[in-house]
Design a protein around this ligand. Structure first.
Ligand code: CA
Length: 216
């Protein structure tokens, strides 16, 4: 299930958006001001943000750079006479905009399109009879669930999302473990070995002196 954060100070609008999104199965989080919004962005796993630009205190323009930095897809909500704001928001890097008031059908179409463009709805990656369900954090081999640790899953996800590309040990270490020390690359090797055993696959190739590659 995808989580959408609504940052909007006008409660009736916020409630209406929440209602429409939950009806079609999205999970929603709500913030009535910028501070609350930033807190949620920091602490929750969020797939998309609907961001009102005119907020009391910290406004949408101050929140937007944080979302872009974290690569969270964002749709800005603008007033009908807010052409300048809309242009500024898009120039800053927002993915799309919706002008208030809007129809539910337009809201849902734009949300879906932005999620699709940002790759957030490609939630299953398949290779060698193995399915990786990204949202549920689950892996299946021939339909049977394979128990992976969190790090094993993250490692597999990275290889799968970069299918066919060589990932260096250092890069994997950095992305999965947040380490920058070359000395720990043995950790990666050990986890790769465990992944191969658990998944019973020979598609995770060792690239001599470089790293690993997952083959389709
Ligand atoms: Ca507002």
């Amino acid at each position: 299930m995808q989580t959408i954060l609504i940052i909007e100070d006008e409660e009736p609008i916020r409630e209406l958006i929440k209602l429409n999104l939950s009806l079609v199965g999205y999970k929603t989080l709500e913030a009535g001001d910028g501070n609350e919004g930033l807190k949620l962005i920091k602490n929750e796993k969020i797939d998309l943000v609907l961001l009102d630009l005119m907020l009391p205190g910290i406004d949408g323009f101050e929140i937007l750079p944080e979302l872009i930095k974290k690569k969270i897809p964002t749709i800005i909500l603008t007033a009908r006479d807010g052409l300048k704001d809309k242009v500024k928001g898009l120039e800053m890097g927002a993915d799309d905009y919706i002008t208030k008031p809007f129809e539910a059908i337009e809201l849902l179409a734009r949300v879906k399109a932005v999620l699709r463009r940002s790759g957030k709805d490609n939630s299953v990656i398949v290779f060698d009879n193995i399915e990786i369900h990204l949202e549920q954090h689950k892996v299946f081999k021939d339909g049977q669930e394979v128990e992976l640790t969190y790090k094993e899953f993250e490692l597999l996800r990275l290889l799968a999302e970069n299918m066919g590309m060589v990932m260096s040990r250092e890069k994997l270490l950095q992305l999965v473990w947040d380490y920058d020390y070359e000395g720990y690359t043995r950790t990666v090797d050990m986890h790769i070995q465990r992944l191969r055993n658990k998944l019973g696959t020979d598609k995770i190739k060792t690239i001599y002196k470089v790293g690993y590659r997952l083959e389709a």
